[in-house]
Design a protein. Structure first.
Length: 448
């Protein structure tokens, strides 16, 4: 750990630097935090929509279209393996596109990232199944998924960090929440679209061509989101704000040497949220469809309702965090997620009403927790490291907490029992509490 990080004669505390940056910004900028929030919500919603379209297809489509030679469970597990590839590739994409931005600028970076994302998404939409291409279809699906992950890493625009620097001091929880709204919004749109197609088409038509439409929609949304974000981040006002806040990419090696510990503390501090993320979105659909305890349309409908609950809970998290603090909110929710984990097996393996309760309660906990998972620890980064640090912290949180969640939970639960679902969630809650405690000790040492 670099000694300059903790010696006061070398560098002031990160909170002091944030305040200085905020004072400079407010004295020069003409951009209101609400305008930045619009760009954040648009960008995050488009990204999450892409991810959830793929996640839902892993359950409803890919086992039949790409793994027809396997039983339903094994086909779903293979699909979840490919699902994880994007999260593995995401940090690589972040590092690669940060280098592109340093050399050619922010507009080139965003345009290239969204073009790569659109290419991968369209490639999936047109990809023939195993019956036509054989194993080559699976290889191409995996390649397109890796491309998605690289593109998502490159699509980081710095707007969440800019929003954090420009938010009023007593409303930081509220403005931190705004960017997280993209998750339930993206999931709601993806689930509703699949619900409509699955209900209106015959199963044969759905598996033949119907499932491809959400991927076309994802491509269209990404094009709109690209122009909306470029229109925001390339204006003179936003460029000035980025420069004043020192929100420019730095080499990853330099970041790791100076404040690498913050990357891992930040990733683990949000682990309860990220562990829960796919276990209330993708996992219930896979478990219930394999057990045939409810119809697919009923599950998708409940998940659309759950997304609305998640939106409300995310909004509530901003109010709660501004009252009791973001880290206190994360800690309390980690405890509640741990309690939820104890009862999760009885709910998800119970009656349709109990399964619906699992989804809705899970979305309520996820909304409040995930609503404050961004920036709680990344605020500790010195301003010049915040841009790259915030992106990589999110990447590692997704990788450690969420990438393999559907695969591990479904594989272990189907073969050895749902106690492993509880264990997965409990481990995430424990990691969050431990990381928050370590972070508190770091802050105390910084001030000593």
């Amino acid at each position: 750990m670099s000694s300059t990080t903790h010696e006061h004669h070398a560098e002031p505390h990160s909170s002091q630097l944030e305040n200085d940056a905020r004072l400079v910004t407010t004295s020069h900028s003409k951009v209101a935090p609400g305008e930045i929030a619009i760009g954040v919500i648009i960008g995050r919603a488009s990204e999450y929509f892409d991810f959830f379209v793929f996640g839902i297809a892993c359950v409803l489509v890919f086992p039949t279209v790409f793994f027809p030679f396997e039983e339903r469970l094994e086909g779903t597990l293979y699909s979840f393996v490919i699902f994880s590839f994007a999260f593995v590739a995401r940090p690589i994409g972040t590092a690669l596109f940060m280098a592109i931005q340093r050399r050619w600028g922010r507009s080139a970076k965003l345009t290239a990232a969204l073009f790569l994302l659109g290419t991968a998404t369209c490639g999936m939409a047109f990809l023939p199944g195993y019956a036509s291409l054989g194993s080559a279809s699976i290889i191409l699906l995996a390649i397109f998924r890796v491309m998605q992950g690289v593109a998502f890493g490159g699509s980081w625009d710095g707007l969440p960090s800019l929003l954090a620097l420009n938010a009023p001091r007593d409303r930081r929880g509220w403005y931190s929440m705004l960017g997280q709204l993209g998750a339930p919004i993206g999931f709601m749109i993806a689930s509703a679209l699949f619900l409509y197609l699955y209900a209106e088409l015959s199963l044969g038509d759905f598996l033949d061509f119907g499932w491809r439409y959400p991927f076309f929609v994802a491509f269209a949304i990404n094009v709109v989101a690209l122009f909306a974000r470029l229109r925001l981040v390339l204006t003179q006002e936003y460029t000035q704000l980025m420069e004043e806040g020192e929100l420019e990419p730095v080499p990853v090696i330099e970041l790791v040497q100076a404040q690498g510990y913050n990357l891992f503390i930040g990733a683990f501090a949000a682990l309860a949220s990220y562990a829960l993320f796919h276990l209330v979105t993708v996992f219930p659909l896979s478990w219930i469809s394999l057990r045939s305890s409810q119809s697919i349309t009923d599950v998708l409908f409940v998940q659309v309702i759950g997304a609305f609950v998640g939106i409300g809970a995310t909004i509530a998290s901003g109010l709660i965090a501004d009252r009791i603090g973001r880290r206190t909110t994360l800690g309390i929710l980690a405890v509640l997620i741990g309690i939820f984990a104890v009862f999760a097996p009885w709910l998800i393996d119970g009656s349709p009403l109990a399964q619906d309760a699992f989804i809705l309660i899970g979305f309520a906990l996820l909304g409040v927790s995930y609503g404050q998972s961004s920036g709680t620890v990344t605020a500790n980064f010195l301003p010049r490291f915040r841009y790259t640090g915030a992106a990589l912290t999110s990447d590692f949180a997704w990788l450690i907490g969420a990438a393999f969640a559907p695969l591990v939970a479904l594989g272990l639960s189907a073969n050895y029992g749902l106690v492993y679902l509880s264990a997965y969630l409990l481990s995430g809650a424990a990691c969050t509490l431990l990381a928050l405690r370590i972070n508190k000790n770091f802050e105390a040492r910084d001030w000593s």
